[in-house]
Each structure stands twice: as structure tokens, then as C-alpha cells.
Design a protein around this ligand. Structure first.
Ligand code: PDD
Length: 281
């Protein structure tokens, strides 16, 4: 297995970043995750655009042109023979003696890329069964729209879910509204068949998969609304699901131990998952 680090393809076991990398010391780094379906990176441009936005919001320099980056990303899929899985990319502000203040412009950003295979059969079986989620207070910072590697609250939330026998944790803002999952956007389908997900403000990551689902929903004549919803509303919903580059669309059948709808994956959810997988290729 090969990784890409600061200009070279290197064996994964020997791929290292300096101890004074700012990603390590300050979470001063952004990342992107592309899903791979049948050897193709999904929603390629959408993720690249969001990466550009994350970098410019934090004023981290782009290490190379989009064209150069694209060719490295495609190469990573090839050399690692990824049919289904993901490509992970991280760019930090670079390596410098520890100081909270940004280093000078002569310090180049660090870039690292890894690839991982995942079983599509396992993911499909999981989706057909549906997953359980728990809910917890959202303790993250105020710029969740930037895809930074500052993921400790997300890791704690996901671990709490795992220890509760669930697959995700939906986080709740101080006003009682669900923001999103630890690594995926949160959706419900109301009793009237309306898809609901939170608007893309600073409170959530504007998921690329989330946006593709909007397109698919419009194409299929479904109605959707971008608005915040509460845990109670989710418990009363007909269906619920999560979206992300790695899980695509996965139905939620249980929230905090209570069944959603009839306790089985909803038909709209499964229909949209199918459309997503078909168009993402
Ligand atoms: N996570 N919200 C959060 C907090 C996320 O971390 C992610 C993605 C999403 C969904 O975004 P997208 O549809 O663009 O993948 C929403 C990635 C997969 C991860 O951290 O591994």
C-alpha cells in the first residue's frame, strides 16, 4: 500500500509527517474524503471545491494546482488498486517550531494522502438493515462548515455511539435542534414525505453527498426542506437517514433506543440510496 506525502509516493508503513507539523500541534489542517465506487472517485469536483473553500477560510496556501492534485488522487486509486473504498487527503499549514502565530510564507503547507478499500457488500448489508443512532450535546466549535482535522468531539461522540451499540451519534445544539452526525449529515422524512435536513450554515459541514441527494430528490419529484429539526421530531418521523461520502445514504432505524417509523429502513431512503450509487459511479 502506498501513501503520498509532500511530493512522494511512499510505502504506507513508512509514511511520516514531522513532529512539529501544525496539524499535529494545533489541528491547523483541513481534510477531504472522497468515496470510491467501482474505481471512480465520487463527486470529484464538489470535494475539490470544498477543499479550496476550507483552505481559503483558514488562509492555508494551496500546495499545488487542482489539476496536479487531481492527477495524484487518481494515481492513488490506481496504485492501491481501490475498487471500492475511500481516498483521504490532509493539508496542514506546514511544519515550524511551535508557535500559535502562523509561520512565515516561506513555510510550505504539508500534504498527505491515504487510500483505503472497503467492502461494498458489507456497506450494502448495513444499509438494508439500517443503523441505530444515539444523541448527545454538540460540544464542537463555531466553524463546523470548515472541514478541519479538529475532530476530537466527533471522535468522542462516535465512541459513545459504539459503546451504546449504535453506529452514529447525532449532536444537539443548545436550542434542542440536531446539527449532524459525528461523520455524516442527518436527515428525516416527515409523515408527509418531506425530506428535511439542516441548512448549511456555520453549524454543520455542508456535505457533498447531502447536495447530491438534493439534486436526486428534485429529479425524482420529492419535496425537501432545509431547516433544523429536533430529536422529538426525528422520533416522530416516518424515516431517517445519514449521508456521507463513505456511507452514501444509510437508513437510521433507531434513535436513542426508540424505533423510527416501523423500525425498518424507509422506502424513500432506500430508493435514494440506490439512485445515489447508480449516479455516483
Ligand atoms: N465525514 N458532517 C461531518 C461532521 C462529516 O465529518 C462528514 C463527512 C459529513 C458528510 O460530508 P460528505 O457528504 O461531504 O462526506 C457531514 C467524512 C466522510 C469523514 O470524516 O470521514
Amino acid at each position: 500500500r502506498l501513501a503520498y506525502v509532500n511530493g512522494s509516493f511512499v510505502p504506507h508503513a513508512h509514511a511520516v509527517i514531522h513532529i512539529e507539523d501544525r496539524g499535529n500541534q494545533f489541528s491547523d489542517a483541513v481534510y477531504e474524503v472522497w468515496g470510491v465506487i467501482d474505481g471512480e472517485l465520487t463527486d470529484f469536483d464538489g470535494h475539490l471545491k470544498r477543499l479550496d473553500r476550507s483552505l481559503s477560510e483558514l488562509r492555508i496556501r494551496r500546495p499545488m494546482t487542482d489539476k496536479a492534485l487531481a492527477s495524484i488522487l487518481f494515481r492513488m486509486v490506481e496504485v492501491n488498486r481501490i475498487r471500492n473504498g475511500l481516498i483521504y487527503l490532509q493539508i496542514s499549514r506546514g511544519t515550524a517550531r511551535r508557535d500559535h502565530v502562523f509561520p512565515t510564507d516561506t513555510v510550505p503547507p504539508s500534504i498527505m494522502i491515504t487510500a483505503k478499500s472497503m467492502s461494498p457488500e458489507k456497506a450494502e448489508a448495513r444499509a438494508q438493515k439500517g443503523i441505530a443512532v444515539i444523541t448527545q450535546k454538540d460540544i464542537r466549535w463555531g466553524r463546523r462548515d470548515i472541514k478541519t482535522v479538529s475532530l476530537l468531539p466527533n471522535a468522542l461522540a462516535k465512541q459513545a455511539a459504539k459503546e451504546a451499540g449504535a453506529a452514529e451519534c447525532w449532536m444537539i445544539d443548545p436550542d434542542g435542534f440536531i446539527t449532524e452526525g459525528s461523520a455524516a449529515n442527518a436527515w428525516i422524512v416527515t409523515k408527509d414525505g418531506v425530506l428535511v435536513t439542516r441548512p448549511a450554515t456555520n453549524d454543520i459541514l455542508n456535505g457533498i453527498t447531502r447536495r447530491i441527494i438534493f439534486d436526486l430528490a428534485s429529479r425524482e419529484g420529492l419535496t425537501f426542506e432545509e431547516r433544523a429539526f429536533t430529536r422529538d421530531e426525528a422520533l416522530a418521523a416516518r424515516e431517517a437517514f445519514i449521508t456521507s461520502a463513505t456511507s452514501f445514504l444509510t437508513p437510521v432505524v433507531e434513535i436513542d433506543g426508540n424505533p423510527v417509523g416501523n423500525g425498518h429502513p424507509g422506502s424513500l431512503s432506500l430508493q435514494l440510496r440506490k439512485s445515489y450509487v447508480a449516479t455516483a459511479k
